[in-house]
Design a protein around this ligand. Sequence first.
Ligand code: ZN
Length: 307
Amino acid sequence: MNRNGIHHVTAIAGSAQRNLDFYTRTLGLRLVKKTVNFDDPGAYHFYYGDEAGSPGTILTFFPWEHAAPGRAGAGELQETVFRVPQSATGYWMQRLVNHGVERATRFGETVLTFRDPDGLRLALVGLPGIEAEPAWSGVEVPVEHALRGFHSVSLMLDRTERTGAILTDVFGFREVATEGNTTRYAVEGTAIGGIVDLQAVGGFLPARLGRGSVHHLAFRAADDAAEMEMVRKLAADHGLHTTEQKNRDYFRSVYFREPGHVLFEIATDIPGFAVDEPTTDLGTALKLPAFLDGHREAIEAALPVLA
Ligand code: ZN
């Protein structure tokens, strides 16, 4: 089994309740983990994904109620794209009519672009032949229309060459197509979360991080040894140094800023989201890392109340 590709995308939201409603109700994803930002325990960290929270399906948020809006520009992940069955595109066109949905064609595929309530850019790609793939049946979205993990992410960069070299040399991608100023990279054999598009936009204003923008993009490593090999290659071949490894409870991570200024993470597939609650109960209880559990009462009292 191929273990390369996208692990997760993490973005910044405003209202926690509004974020929860949009992703679990409107988009029908499963809340697979409700925890806090390990580096800022006054804020939630929500993870949405498929039933098990498989790598390549996970979109996560730091909801900060008073976060200022971000500004789109060079040096950021500008769009996160999910897979849906081709037969579901009519359903989604109608369902997302209040979210600015527009139909486009890219690389020969039908793409529906829209925004979440904080302005985060999202899209759905209709794919033939994926109707039978397992999918989470959300609160409102029937299983036949459900999202089936990431199709791709799109990065807007001043220049793309050095970032492309990292994708191919370190993360197992290869260049597969070009359309306009966008180059598509894909991992052979990874159907879910296996595509990264790099758009060259030399001269654009730099992006400003805020509500509705992406904080970082995480790539998969099967385990610690695979992660350390990627860290070694980044240093040896690209002169880039990562942070020390951080234990995120559900995966173990290192971080670095790639040459186009996007914050990249490498996250292990192990141990996964069932490490502290059974798969049937994922996302139902507030889970805290061991180093914060002694402060549970104070943390719960300070977090926004969720309906
Ligand atoms: Zn992350």
